[in-house]
Design a protein. Structure first.
Ligand code: TXA
Ligand code: MG
Length: 330
């Protein structure tokens, strides 16, 4: 299949919307990462999005909307907590999990009785969704297991020839995927941390929000179980920021014949070694994280990342880094 590369003008957006309604796959920008869009009301299209990515079919998809009213068309029950979140936080880099209506097929939810719904903050994303004018399922637009794409060029790298079109928008400003908040039960649960923090959610709900930390314990968000965000070369993660320890680890790898690189907060501390700045502030680390991994895997054969920030947002970055490193914490 020849993939079309579309721009954000009325003609191309109209074409993108038509492709979605016809059951084709269109990748599009959001503020978190690029998504691989399919018409949520077309079972074949949704199934094709799993195969284009090579995604296991028991990992459910997020349904994207441009207007709050669409949430009520696909959720069977909207609790008062959910209403508070919808009214005061959306649109946001936040996905809410609610009981599903029958219009949402089991292949979207992997058989669960709930559906994940997201109204993106990105104006470009909502514009595309408006032209599509149907709810759109969208996993991150990468091959399954790979770091999520934050530019249209990275989408092309993974999916060119496998999907109908890529809508070429801005690079993603947030850089890691949305916070997933389960509001389908009495106790609000964060299933995947993101830029919308537990604190922010708590300040709207005025009740405790639990962050699920052990992915193995999760039965209701299968996506967090899988190998994810992994670069093509081995990776290790340090959370102390201890430069001496990192230098020793690096030197040991070079003795073993590796050509490693340090992806760190203070590259200036590692004279003569291969280094790259991971970012100065949390926001910058998140924005460039997946791009950094995709750049470094082509130049080096071992990535040693170090990230020691301890803020609530840092937790969500650490979540991605830990999984990129396959839990290889040093
Ligand atoms: O920022 C994002 O959320 C991006 C952009 C494109 O919107 N999308 C994204 O989709 O990250 P994906 O497919 O890579 O991740 C979806 C996550 C998975 O962890 C999945 O398990 C969870 O959402 N999920 C989907 N439906 C669910 C449900 N009914 N219950 C619990 N978790 C669900
Ligand atoms: Mg993903």
């Amino acid at each position: 299949m020849k993939t079309k590369y579309l721009q954000f003008n009325d003609k191309d957006l109209t074409a993108a919307g038509e492709l979605i309604r016809q059951g084709e796959l269109v990748a599009f920008p959001t503020e978190t990462v690029y998504g691989l869009g399919a018409n949520a009301f077309n079972v074949n299209a949704v199934k094709n999005s799993y195969s284009a990515k090579g995604r296991p079919s028991d990992n459910p998809l997020i349904v994207h909307v441009y207007d709050k009213s669409q949430i009520y068309d696909i959720a069977r029950e909207v609790s008062s907590d959910a209403e508070k979140i919808i009214d005061s936080l959306l649109p946001a880099s936040l996905t809410i999990v609610l009981p599903k209506r029958d219009v949402i097929d089991d292949c979207i939810t992997a058989g669960l009785d709930t559906v994940a719904i997201r109204m993106p903050l990105s104006v470009q994303a909502r514009k595309f969704l408006r032209y599509a004018n149907v709810p759109v399922t969208a996993p991150s637009a990468n091959l399954s297991g790979r770091p999520s794409p934050t530019t249209w060029q990275r989408v092309a790298e993974d999916l060119d020839g496998r999907i109908a079109a890529v809508l070429c928008g801005q690079p993603c400003g947030v850089g890691i995927e949305s916070t997933v908040l389960d509001l389908s039960r009495d106790e609000p649960l964060i299933l995947r941390p993101g830029i919308v923090t537990p604190q922010e959610i708590q300040s709207v709900l005025h009740k405790k929000v639990t962050v699920v930390t052990d992915p193995k314990a999760i039965v209701n968000s299968p996506g967090v179980r899988y190998k994810h965000y992994a670069p093509r070369v081995p990776m290790a993660l340090d959370v102390s920021g201890d430069a001496d320890k990192l230098a020793r680890y690096y030197d040991e790898l070079t003795r073993k014949g590796y050509n490693p690189v340090l992806l760190v907060e203070h590259p200036e501390a590692f004279g003569g070694r291969n280094v790259r700045l991971i970012g100065r502030a949390d926001e910058e680390v998140a924005r460039s994280l997946f791009e950094n991994l995709r750049v470094l895997e082509t130049q080096f054969d071992y990535i040693i990342a170090s990230f020691s920030s301890k803020t609530q947002f840092a937790e969500s970055i650490l979540n991605r880094l830990t999984r990129s490193a396959g839990h290889n914490i040093i």
